[in-house]
Design a protein around this ligand. Structure first.
Ligand code: PEP
Ligand code: MG
Length: 581
């Protein structure tokens, strides 16, 4: 039995079997061949290398289309390797010398090259070893007809154990069969964590090297509530967790009873608790939890599902399906495309950047790629007549960017009017506050929009300079950092001074520990994964507004996140000793 402690990323308890998903480690076979087979083995190599060259040319053509040629230079060195005479000669010599299959000869030759490169005194040459491995993997895939295993094809109930999952893996996996997710990498606000919560799949992330310990078929316990993972549990632990699992199911049932009640404090202060969704199918969960509308529809996941661009009509249909189902039920806030950074969309993706999280993403990308933006805005406006739609722009960093986005929206409205296409003329427009510069100038920005929504996942990342997905520095990612709390309070006050409402759609809004503080600060809308709505509602319904305001006064006078964390935990424990159970 082995016990691991990681980051609790999505609640729930699962007892199941490991599915070790190590797609990139191809096992290279080794066997002897006869003299008569040498030519055909070499021929296999040239055919596979030719296919890789073709793949690379396509990637390069795409990069050129997207005007990112400079950044795709690494492909040139990949190409050069495929035709490097020294490399090819060495492969031929090793094939004739060892008389083994070409997959093994290729790997053997590459390892020799890498040994030489590593000895070189040049960082440039040492870096080339990565390219060499990359090209070798590509050739091996063609030689071994190895298609990437798709998580969509899983047919048995499993717990996925892997190094990391791309958002596209998570979106496309067979959710019926994935009972829990366990990763070496990732933090609480990484996109895999957000998706796991949305899909109500327990997840523990940031485990460093669990892939080195687990084997497919091992029994595994995943406790997403405490961030604990147990491999090969003994009888005692297994029966203890069977009891915990039963308790958890009862706890869920009790919370579900709150669905039909309003999020209102003991003294009658009503707030809105709405849902975050990534895919239109999630509306079922939103409705079953009776959320006050959808506060964030991350539209980029539509693009992830199709691995690329989505046509105006496809988007229109997806938006109509969500908007019409939410009509009269609090409406929908759809965020325009937030691509880039850690949200990689294969076909439409940006390019390799040194600092992708500070780079060409979200509204910056859209204002540059107006062809893509136009399609989305047209689809949104056309769909707006089916219910209450609010449009929200992500990653706004200052007033000029906001003015540009608003101007573009007006341009599309004029276009639709001239085509006689109806849309909601009074469609509310808001922005996400997820960059410190936007938070600090939220008084200025508030004058130009109908609502603000605080995206704490990014706001915390940019305020304390901590990559939200990096498990090594997750200990510094603090929502109770005094700088973060000051910014949040500033944004709420500025929005209210301007007479507009303010929402929060970052993960902090669904953190029970933060809910009383946010209530006391005056937050109007808390938007979160549907699965955590009732935990927050239970807290809101058990406190008074004045005590929440008093708590805010106390914590705003504190100087460290540790101090605030301890104080708030104790405050909450005194009132809700069963909440953390
Ligand atoms: C946020 O940054 O808080 C947010 C809600 O956006 P995302 O998590 O999609 O970046
Ligand atoms: Mg964000």
């Amino acid at each position: 039995m082995k016990i691991f402690k990681g980051i609790s990323a999505s609640p729930g308890i699962t007892i199941g079997k490991v599915f070790l998903y190590l797609d990139d480690n191809l096992k290279v076979p080794k066997y002897s061949i006869g003299n008569s087979e040498l030519d055909s083995e070499l021929e296999r190599f040239h055919i596979a290398a030719g296919k890789v060259a073709e793949d690379l040319r396509q990637i390069q053509a795409e990069a050129t289309k997207q005007m990112v040629k400079e950044e795709s230079r690494f492909l040139d060195s990949h190409m050069l390797m495929l035709t490097d005479p020294e490399f090819i000669t060495q492969i031929e010599e090793n094939l004739n010398l060892y008389k083994k299959n070409i997959e093994w000869v290729l790997l053997f030759t590459v390892k020799e090259f890498i040994r030489i490169l590593r000895k070189a005194d040049s960082p440039y040459l040492v870096e080339r070893t990565v390219d060499l491995y990359d090209v070798t993997q590509r050739i091996h895939r063609h030689l071994m007809f190895h298609e990437k295993i798709s998580l969509a094809d899983i047919e048995h109930k499993v717990v996925i154990v892997t190094h990391n999952l791309m958002p596209s893996d998570t979106v496309n996996m067979n959710r019926e069969m994935v009972k829990a997710i366990v990763l070496n990498a990732g933090g609480r606000t990484s996109h895999t964590a957000i998706l796991a919560r949305s899909f109500e799949i327990p997840a523990v992330l940031g485990l460093a090297n669990i892939t080195g310990e687990a084997h497919s078929g091992d029994t595994i316990i995943v406790d997403g509530n405490s961030g604990t993972v147990i491999l090969d549990p003994d009888e005692n632990i297994l029966s203890e967790y069977q009891i915990r699992l039963k308790k958890w199911v009862q706890h869920e049932k009790r919370l579900n009873k709150l669905n039909k009640l309003a999020a209102e404090t003991i003294d009658g202060k009503r707030v809105m608790l709405s849902s975050n969704i990534e895919m239109p199918e999630e509306v079922d969960l939103v409705l079953s939890h009776q959320a006050d509308g959808i506060g964030l529809f991350r539209s980029e996941f539509l693009f992830l599902k199709t691995s690329g661009l989505s046509s105006e009509d496809d988007q229109y249909e997806a938006y109509v399906s969500v908007i019409s189902r939410m009509k009269g039920k609090g409406g929908v806030t759809i965020r325009t495309l937030d691509v880039g950074g850690d949200k990689i969309i294969p076909d439409l993706d940006t390019y390799k950047e040194k600092n992708p999280l500070l780079g060409w993403r979200a509204i910056r990308f859209c204002l540059h790629r107006k062809d893509i933006f136009r399609i989305q805005i047209r689809a949104l406006l056309r769909a707006s007549v089916y219910g209450e739609l609010r449009i929200m722009f992500p990653m706004i960093s200052g007033i000029e960017e906001l003015e540009d986005a608003l101007e573009f929206l007006e341009e599309i409205k004029v276009e639709l009017r001239s085509e006689g296409i109806p849309f909601d003329e009074n469609i509310p427009v808001g922005i996400m506050i997820e960059v410190p510069s936007a938070a600090i100038t939220s008084d200025i920005l508030s004058k130009r929009v109908d609502f603000l929504s605080i995206g704490t996942n990014d706001l915390i990342q940019y305020t304390v300079a901590v990559d939200r997905g990096n498990e090594n520095i997750a200990y510094l990612y603090k929502s109770f950092h005094p700088a973060v709390l000051r910014l949040i309070k500033m944004v709420i006050d500025n929005a209210h001074d301007a007479g507009i409402s303010v929402s929060m759609c970052g993960e902090m809004a669904g953190d029970p520990l933060a809910s009383v503080i946010l209530l006391g600060m005056g937050l109007d809308v808390f938007s979160m994964s549907s699965s955590v709505l009732s935990s927050v509602k239970e807290i809101i319904r058990s406190v008074r507004l004045d005590e929440a305001q008093e708590l805010v006064k106390v914590v705003m006078g504190m100087s460290s996140s540790l101090e605030i964390d301890n104080y708030v935990s104790e405050w909450m424990n005194e009132r809700f000793n069963d909440i953390s159970e």
